[in-house]
Design a binder for this molecule. Structure first.
Ligand code: IMP
Length: 199
């Protein structure tokens, strides 16, 4: 069965391909299916944005579609940057966005934070399902580490030993992260729903 990932990000496509091809899916990016579409993320939640992306691509794909939306929520900042994680305060670089969060938390009563990942699947019948993974932790006092991307250098997961996610091996994220959890829910659903046949 064909499945389209509502993205053209090569890293994301590779991740989903590694995961879904062993289950019998043929995985395509949007462009591989000739879908030239940049969906505006106008939703107010991760769920809405994931659904928006998957819905728009599904209209043109004619086969099941997967999309995702993710970000960091910081408690003392009222959940910011949240759905604006990739463009927080209009700052151009990931380093600037991390610094903005560290500065904003200088006198904060709590440094609690969580990563969220919402995956949306629209299946062959057009039915949509959401899978949400959450990863709790806190914001470090300063940046540390070079692994991963985005906010990894300032995120200390609750399972970690005080080191930031960017200071730990990638296998740590693959086990505990918000994305890993959402992906496990997705693959479990695909297996349970009998959608993994090599048809
Ligand atoms: P998107 O889901 O590709 O739109 O990513 C949203 C943004 O959230 C990214 O650009 C990162 O800034 C942040 N983000 C999402 N997941 C992670 C993660 O696993 N580590 C660090 N930052 C992340």
């Amino acid at each position: 069965m064909d499945i389209v990932i509502a993205s053209n990000n090569p890293g994301k496509i590779r991740e989903y391909r590694d995961l879904l091809e062993p289950l019998g899916f043929r995985v395509f990016s949007q462009s591989e299916k000739g879908i030239d579409l940049e969906v505006e993320e106008t939703g107010t939640t991760f769920e809405e944005n994931a659904l928006l992306k998957a819905g728009a691509v599904r209209e043109r794909a004619g086969c099941p579609v997967i999309s995702d939306d993710s970000g960091l929520e910081v408690e003392a900042l009222g959940g910011e940057p949240g759905i604006y994680s990739a463009r927080y305060r209009g700052l151009a670089t990931e380093h600037e966005r991390r610094t903005a969060i560290l500065d904003a938390l200088r006198d904060a009563p709590t440094r609690k934070a969580r990563f969220v990942c919402c995956i949306c699947l629209i299946d062959a019948r057009g039915e949509s399902r959401l899978f949400k993974g959450v990863w709790n932790g806190e914001i470090a006092q300063h940046e540390e580490g070079t692994n991963g991307f985005g906010y990894d250098p300032i995120f200390i997961a609750e399972e970690a030993d005080g080191r930031t996610t960017a200071s730990l091996p990638i296998s740590f994220k693959e086990t505990f992260s918000h994305r890993a959890k959402a992906v496990r829910m997705l693959t479990e659903h695909l297996r349970n729903a009998g959608l993994t046949d090599r048809s």
